[in-house]
Ligand binder design. Sequence first.
Ligand SMILES: Cc1cc2nc3c(=O)[nH]c(=O)nc-3n(C[C@H](O)[C@H](O)[C@H](O)COP(=O)(O)O)c2cc1C
Length: 486
Amino acid sequence: MAYNDFQDFLARLEREGELKRIRTSVNPCLEITEVADRAMKLPGGGPALLFENPTGHAVPVAINAFGSRRRMSMALGVEDFEEIAAEIAEMLRPEIPSGLLNAARTLLPRLSRMSQCPPRRQAGTGRCQEVVHTGEEVDLNQIPILHCWPQDGGRYITLPLVFTHDPETGKRNVGMYRIQVYNANTTGMHWQLHKVGAEHMRLAAARKQPIQAAVVLGGDPALTYSATAPLPPGIDEMLFAGFLRRKPVQLVRAHTVDIEVPEDAEFVIEGFINPEEQRMEGPFGDHTGYYSLADMYPVFHVTAITHRRKPVYPATIVGRPPMEDGWLGKATERIFLPLLKLTLPEIQDMNLPVEGIFHNLALVSIRKRYAGQAFKVMHALWGLGQMMFTKMILVFDEDVDVQNVQECLWRLGNNIDPERDMCLVRGPVDMLDHASRAPGFGSKVGFDCTRKLPAEGFHREWPDVITMSDNVKTRIDGIWKDLGIS
Ligand SMILES: Cc1cc2nc3c(=O)[nH]c(=O)nc-3n(C[C@H](O)[C@H](O)[C@H](O)COP(=O)(O)O)c2cc1C
């Protein structure tokens, strides 16, 4: 189901009892974080919050809109985001239909779903442009942008969809990169080294050109999710969002930059970056639960701010897990699993536990058929897109429930001979990894926690896991109630 815009999504959350309005004045400087953090730490992720009176501002702040399994699923218009994974798995099924009728029956629905996807350009202006500020009128201070944590370098836009174009091919990219406010019309642009926005800037630098960007806030929540999704470069996030919401994204031309933006957005901040210009960005209380250290990043010069007549400012906070962004990550874990399985069909399941902040820990189960297969899976994952950042990969047999972290720790401890089963590699690591020897470069480790085969040099007997015999279980089931134990 597609939403009309972000406020339509909030209205649905409210109807479903998922949104709490806060009328008390709460300060966007630190106080909103403290309230939101407490909400996010409630069992299940707490409610979405709409701060109607952020101190000193007329624009309400929405936070934690994606912060539970239910709301993340509602954001993508489904009962549960597993449905999207199932649908993708179905689309990727490589069967060849026999006969014309069968071909029509199997392929036509898939094609019709795909034809709903491409974004559409709308003539004229959009709802995101009901109010336009350019030149001297540009003032980021009018937006209730949060100062999240005490040691942060300043105020940060935390749910931005950053639109850029590849200067060579013209292809669009939309990534979520935080934006630090420096003053009324300049900000940082925290696209990390490995991200597509940074690559677009490098290509612009090679041509000695500035790069234009549009920072979009709001729109159908499927757009926000798409900006965070690890799509391969060249796959258009707006196409993916159209696929998720089953309706094309409507785009309009921005005011001062040659970029098309979602017409339903709450705010659009337009501007450009001179690739040679850098400034200290950070520190920032990050999703690792630590402050990411200040570093040099490009400077974004704002040429226009456009917004709706009555906008809502969409925000999040990141910090020590569990947090709202954990649900964006969980959706990605499930939605992208069928795509991983396309390359690695032995993978049965994968869990990126929130405590592992996505890129520190992956628990993977495989159907093991040959010697060394767990190592093959690790190396393949380290070569796949943003999975390259995974610091620890633990590979288990197919009968292990990797969604059960306790079970994984039990199997890990029992099943490894560390020297034999550990694989250490060096390579790119996440820019937020503060323990690596250098920013973005370090080591990663994999553990083969599977049952070992003779072909792997293991000639001892591998013991069975302890379980009770079925006939005894049945008898005890029959008398359990009478025993009065529980
Ligand atoms: C709340 C949130 C904040 C994020 N902030 C950043 C950031 O500041 N810099 C960055 O490079 N990636 C950040 N990310 C991760 C990227 O959005 C993610 O890696 C995305 O896939 C990048 O898109 P790209 O492949 O088009 O560059 C953030 C993700 C979330 C959910």
